[in-house]
Design a protein around this ligand. Structure first.
Ligand code: ATP
Ligand code: MG
Length: 444
């Protein structure tokens, strides 16, 4: 039963001001006749939808709706727009680029600039761009990756403003993860400080689905679908060998959403390790051993950031070009530790280690993600023309929302260990936290 306490526990406390979307000014241009839905300035999407008593619902805590208003801030025929993709690859990047290009050109925007290789393409030294039109982006959604390329590494915001001014760009669309949107926030601050009327609108890209205050990001569905394929193969491998053990490493530096969802989808996983829940090697060995003896095979899923504290003792983490901490390979680590354990016991264990991460990241989106990307691009353009800035296009309670950069950059979304999804995963898999007496799910 859902209690008031558990419903309240699901969401952090926020203030009405946290939801405020910056605007560039008064919208004075009548929106031209359009097939797009016109959204009223007053419409909102409730922040909290789960409750025990209606008195818990607070309509002042709500997101603005993404989309077109009845008046525009920009005359589309008078502006150029820019698109940049940063960070790691994710299925759907090209679909979003295509959607933004098509939507912008449909309004009569003069030029669509695509910056090459992330923020680097907006820097003074590395300035590089291509002009996008319907012909050049027509078929890019058939492919994975980013048509524009991507990169990591910081660029001073003043250099980016210089590039935007030079090319007379009025809207920049930033497609990227938490780092990209943090960069976009500093860029928007600099634009405001310089008194420029340039809108910065983010489209959150995180295959890990770890952006705060956004239910779903593009590429995640595809990643789970591809991960499930890898798990099916891993299961076949494990079952075909004497005392077969398959370890599959999936993406998820800080959050284990892909691993958890793929575990639910697959039904073949016996142990699911995520960054949010620490585990002990002793408990892990015990479960693997008993499964191999009774069932002859075992499948482990491990998110890349799981067991970070165990790994750090052996291999201290290093930083990548964007300052993100990168530890060693947890999948390889587990394989070595488990093999050493069974060697000591003189017990056979045929171990396979499968890491499908890069093939998952680089593939094209499934139908659901592709449709989602199309809508995201459309909502981003419509919101930007209406003078919105300093925010991303989010998705909350099945609706497209606007979420301020200042809100999503407060942290990362993580699996809540006491909530529905993880409790279902726990019911299907063994407990290796070292805290459980039982150690295993009843069906194992
Ligand atoms: P992902 O982690 O999903 O691959 P990301 O957007 O978080 O995507 P990062 O490499 O962390 O990827 O960042 C992308 C870009 O944003 C980089 O060019 C990085 O330098 C820039 N960036 C990250 N954090 C900041 C920050 N605090 N200020 C300015 N720029 C930043
Ligand atoms: Mg990131």
């Amino acid at each position: 039963m859902t209690t008031a306490t558990s419903a309240a526990r699901t969401l952090p406390k926020l203030e009405p001001a946290d939801f405020k979307i910056p605007t560039l000014g008064e919208c004075t241009f009548q929106t031209p006749p359009t097939k797009n839905e016109i959204v009223s300035e007053n419409e909102r999407i409730l922040y909290q939808s789960r409750f025990s008593s209606p008195s818990e619902l607070d309509p002042s805590l709500a997101f603005e709706v993404a989309g077109l208003r009845d008046h525009l801030f920009f005359d589309p025929h008078d502006i150029n727009v820019g698109i940049v993709t940063c960070g790691g690859l994710c299925p759907g990047l090209n679909d979003v680029i295509r959607s933004i290009t098509y939507s912008s050109l449909a309004y009569g925007v003069k030029k669509v600039y695509g910056f090459k290789f992330g923020y680097r393409g907006l820097s003074r030294q590395g300035r590089s761009y291509v002009l996008l039109d319907t012909k050049s982006v027509n078929t890019i959604h058939y492919l994975g990756g980013s048509f524009l390329g991507s990169s990591r590494g910081p660029v001073p915001p003043e250099e980016m403003v210089e590039t935007l001014k030079l090319l007379k760009i009025s809207v920049l669309f930033t497609i990227g993860g938490d780092g990209t949107q943090r960069g976009a926030m500093f860029l928007q601050d600099k634009i405001t400080e310089m008194g420029e009327k340039i809108s910065v609108i983010g489209i959150p890209k995180t295959i890990d689905n770890d952006i705060l205050y956004v239910d779903k990001t593009f590429g995640f569905d595809t990643a789970v679908e591809e991960a499930r394929e890898a798990l099916t193969c891993a299961h076949v491998e494990a079952k075909s060998a004497p005392h077969g053990l398959s370890i599959v490493k999936l993406m998820g530096r800080d959050s284990g959403f892909i691993s958890a969802k793929a575990t639910l989808a697959s039904g073949d996983v016996n142990i699911c390790l995520i960054p949010e829940e620490p585990f002990t090697l002793e408990a892990l060995f015990k479960v693997v051993e008993s499964r191999l003896l009774r069932q002859n095979h075992c499948v482990i899923v491990v998110a890349e950031g799981a067991g970070a504290e165990l790994m750090a003792k052996i291999q201290p983490p290093v930083k990548d070009a964007s300052g993100n901490l990168k530890g060693g390979d947890i999948g390889l680590f587990l394989k070595e530790q488990i093999q050493a354990h069974f060697k000591k016991l003189d017990m056979e264990c045929t171990t396979r280690y499968i890491d499908p991460s890069y093939t998952i990241r680089a593939c094209k989106p499934n139908a659901s993600d592709a449709a989602f990307c199309e809508e995201l691009g459309n909502k981003a353009v419509n919101s930007a023309l209406s003078g919105k800035t300093g925010c991303i296009v989010g998705f909350w309670n099945q609706q497209f929302t606007l979420v301020p950069f200042s809100l999503i950059t407060r942290g990362r979304k993580m699996i809540k260990l006491d909530e529905n999804m993880w409790s279902t995963v726990k019911a299907m898999t063994a407990d290796v936290t070292g805290r459980s007496e039982k150690g295993e799910a009843s069906c194992l």
